[in-house]
Each structure stands twice: as C-alpha cells, then as structure tokens.
Design a protein around this ligand. Structure first.
Ligand code: AHR
Length: 503
C-alpha cells in the first residue's frame, strides 16, 4: 500500500482560524431567496414566510457569515427598494440574471432570517450603477442609532435598534466586463477608496472588502490588484478573491488537482497586497476574503435554455448545479487550502447556500436535501475551529494536464481549544487506498475518537430528493494509535475527518 506521512507539532502553527472562513452567500438570484429560504405557502413556513426545514439544514452548517444581496445582482440594485412597506416596493428588472426582482424579501426580512439562522450578514453595496453616496446612506440606515434622515427611516420601518452590520463588500467583481458598470482598476480603486472613507466616517467600527479579480483567468489578474490597491490600500481591510472550478472534460484527476490553483491564487494575491504595502512603506496588512468559491459548471447549458424560454420571470431556476461525489472531494480540498492559508484568509463564502450552486436544495412546495458538497463544509465548520497547524506532509504524487507533482493525499490539521486534534484529508487516488502515518507525539496521549469518511464507488453519484443519502458520510476503519503514532487507511477517492481527543 502507498504511504503518506504527516508530522504535527503544537508549536508549529499557521495561526488562529477565523470562523468566517466557513461563510456562505445568498444572492437575489434564481431560487436562492424565493423558493429557497423564503416560501410563505410552504407547509414548514414560519410566520415570516421562511422555510423551517431549510433553516434547520442551514443551522447544522453553523455558517458564521452570509454575504448578501449579491453578486452580480448588486451592481444594478437600489437598496432603498428593499425597505419600507412591502406593498410599495417596486418590481425591477434585474439585468444581471434577466429576471424580475419583486423585493418581497429585503434588508429587514433578511436580517430576521440571519438572526434565526444564527449568522451575521455581510452586506455588498452597489458600486456599479450607484456609488459612494448610496453606500454611505445604507450604512447610516443600517448602523446609525437614530436622529438622522436614514436611521430614522429604519426606525419608522419597524427596527429601533441598528442592524450592526460589521462586514461590507465594496461592490462585486468590478473587473468583469459582464458587470453592470464595470470599471477599470484605477477607477474602481478610487471609487472604493471614497466609498470606504465615507462609510467608515458614518460607522468607524465596520470592515470593508475591496473587489479583487473574478478568477485567475482574468487578463487583468495581478495588475488589477496592484493598481486597485495602490488607490485604496489605506482605506480597506480585505481584498476579495472569487473562483469556481468545473470538470467539463471529465478528467477527474485533473479536476481534483484544482485546489492547487486556488492555493497559488491565494499566495499571489497575498504577495501583491504585501508589495503594495511595501511600496507605501505601510505597517498595515491587508488580508483576504475569498467570498465566492465552489464548483460551478453543471447547470450552464440548462440556464441558456431557461433564458431562451422564460426571460424576466420571477425566481427562475438558475444555476441549479446538481453536485456529484467528485465535486465534494474538490470542495474538501478547497477547505483544506483555506486552513493552510488561515494566516491570511480571514473570510470565505461558499457560493452559494440554497438552490443556486448550493449545498442545500429544495423543491417548491416539497422537500429539502443535502447535496454532496454539504458534507465537507459541515465537517470543516464543525471540527475546523481553533489553531490551524502547519503540518509537514509527504505524499506520493501524480502529474496531470495542468499540474505536476499533485500529492495524492491532501491533508492538514487543526488544534482545537480543548486540546483535540482534527486531521482533514482527501485521497485523490482513483484506484488505491493510501496509509496516512502521522506523528502526533507532541500532543501527549491522544486516542482516535472518530474517523468520518465520505466515499462513493461512483464519482458521478448525486443526492436527490428521492435518494438524499446516496452520498453521505459514514464510519472509516478507525485506524490505530501507538505511542503518539497514528496510522489510518484513507480509502481511494475519499474525504476523511479523523478526530483525536485526550486518551
Ligand atoms: O455566484 C454566482 C455569480 O458568480 C455571482 O453573482 C457573481 O459575483 C459571480 O460571477
């Protein structure tokens, strides 16, 4: 049997994990809101029209932050449309997704949903068709205690206490020509600087995220970050990264290696942030918000057909990727990548949460079920809190079309505040089980409390409403522990969570 080795030491750490790396995203897109979290006629709907069955599944993910209300949607959105009496809210054409936005769910309703879901809202302002003035007004509306035009309007609209939104996105994907009112890096950097300045004058306690590149294939990737940051370095707190991967050529080994691209994306953006900081002789460090990431490709053709037949309708079933088992493995490897970069990645949002490229699926009037990718997110969110350890991992490797020396075993570990250690590992091998031998002597007497495994013999296996547990976690073989040396067999093509507690 092939063997991978891992050495861990409590003093050899990457840093404290910011729980916000287990964030997610709800955009006014497709059936994310209408038919997803909100369906007033559904048998499980609460008094506000939110589906309780969906809420239950969201809560199990323990998502600390949810980005809202877009996405591409936000670049044409008037936030004022989403507050005040529902019957007076306008219906607007959404030019991002060619649907009609009814504004039935707006800021107040979504804040109620967040409170129920035990999460924090991360709010994106429109720096496309709007600008710094609208941005500072919504900060005043949401966060100012009262006694001003916008904060008093919030109070009249039924919300005495401020929403207290702490994290704000300065627009969305402004480097992309598909974006409403796409800007150059210089233009965007200046607008982001002025918006951030004014927003923070209204509420100095907020943090803001400036738009980085929409993906690594953007022709402006690199120069965008440098030029944009040169304009707004002193005013912002985070740079965003977005990245989606697909497997349209059905090359599973190549697809599973894509997390290496994500790792180099992160390291490149960190270098650029530090280079701009250096050029400004600044002591300030800019960290990263990877606020859109996932697999996304299954639904592309279907969406073209939907738009051919049904443009401008409400809640079109767009971006409804049905995730298979190999997608879950890549999502697991991407979560491992965040943990390995926990010193600089402070926020990450799986895009998205319900129905739209989502871990949770619903049927209108019907059931709710977990897609394959739900499981690695849930495991990481539940067990991946504390200190990210810096493991020394040696694994046999393979080569594929875009990458050389891809480790078969992608693994990392987290030291919990209670002294427990959790190892997360993906075995990328299509045909071989691999032994993971870990040296854990530095942690004293540990025993294996649990070995969770996600595996299916068919990489294309999916979950459906009728068969929701087709791809679901089970028990691994457990492994052995001897004098601080752990040995666990990672089955071929598997996501593994090995939880070690004091013996
Ligand atoms: O998450 C779906 C879309 O992907 C978002 O609206 C946009 O920001 C990105 O291109």
């Amino acid at each position: 049997m092939k063997k991978a080795t891992m050495i861990l030491d409590r003093d050899f750490s990457i840093g404290q994990i910011d729980p916000r790396i287990y964030g997610s995203f709800i955009e006014h897109l497709g059936r994310a809101v209408y038919g997803g979290i909100y369906e007033p006629d559904h048998p499980t709907a609460d008094k506000n029209g939110f589906r309780r069955d969906v809420m239950e599944m969201v809560r199990k993910l323990d998502v600390p932050v949810v980005r809202y209300p877009g996405g591409n949607f936000v670049s044409g959105f008037n936030w004022e449309d989403s507050v005040g009496p529902r019957e007076t809210r306008p219906k607007r054409l959404d030019l991002a997704w060619f649907t009609t936005e009814t504004n039935e769910v707006g800021l107040h309703e979504f804040a109620d949903w967040c409170a129920e879901a035990k999460t924090q809202m991360m709010y994106a302002v429109n720096l496309g068709s709007r600008g710094p003035d609208a941005a500072r007004n919504i900060v005043e509306y949401a966060n100012h205690p009262g006694g001003s035009y916008w904060s008093d309007m919030r109070i009249r609209n039924g919300r005495k206490d401020p929403f207290g939104i702490k994290l704000w996105c300065l627009g969305n994907e402004m480097d992309g020509p598909w974006q409403m009112c796409h800007r150059t890096a210089y233009d965007y950097g200046s607008v982001a600087r002025e918006a951030a300045k004014m927003m923070k004058w209204v509420d100095p306690s907020i943090e803001v995220v400036a738009c980085g590149s929409s993906n690594t294939h953007m022709p402006t990737f690199g120069t965008w970050e440098y030029q944009m940051l040169t304009e707004c370095y002193d005013q912002i707190d985070y740079v965003s990264l977005h990245q989606y991967y697909g497997n349209p050529t059905n090359d599973t080994p190549g697809f599973l290696a894509r997390s290496m691209d994500m790792d180099s994306f992160i390291k490149t953006v960190v270098s650029i942030c530090d280079a701009v900081g250096g050029s400004k002789h600044s002591k300030k460090k800019i960290n990263l918000s990877f606020d859109e990431w996932n697999v996304w490709y299954h639904s592309n053709e279907q969406d073209k057909e939907i738009w051919k037949q049904d443009k401008w309708n409400r809640a079109l079933p767009l971006l409804e990727d049905i995730y298979n088992f190999e997608d879950a493995l890549l999502v697991g490897a991407m979560l491992i990548t965040f943990l390995r970069n926990a010193d600089r990645v402070k926020v990450a949002c799986l895009a998205q949460l319900v129905n739209v490229i989502a871990p949770i699926m619903t049927r209108n009037g019907g059931g709710v079920w977990a897609q394959t990718i739900y499981w690695p997110l849930m495991h990481a969110s539940k067990y991946g809190r504390g200190t990210a350890l810096r493991p020394l991992v040696k694994s046999p490797t393979y080569d594929c079309a875009d990458f050389e020396q891809v480790p078969y075993v992608d693994a990392t570990a987290v030291l919990g505040d209670d002294g427990s250690v959790t190892v997360f590992a993906v075995n990328r091998s299509m045909d071989e089980d691999i032994e993971l031998a870990a040296d854990l002597r530095a942690f004293g007497d540990l025993k294996i409390a649990e070995h969770i495994v996600l595996h299916h013999d068919d990489v294309k296996a999916v979950n459906t409403e009728a068969n929701p547990e087709n791809v679901a976690p089970g028990k691994g073989n457990g492994g052995t522990m001897d004098g601080g040396h752990m040995s666990v067999v990672l089955g071929k093509l598997s996501w593994n969570v090995i939880r070690l507690v004091k013996a």
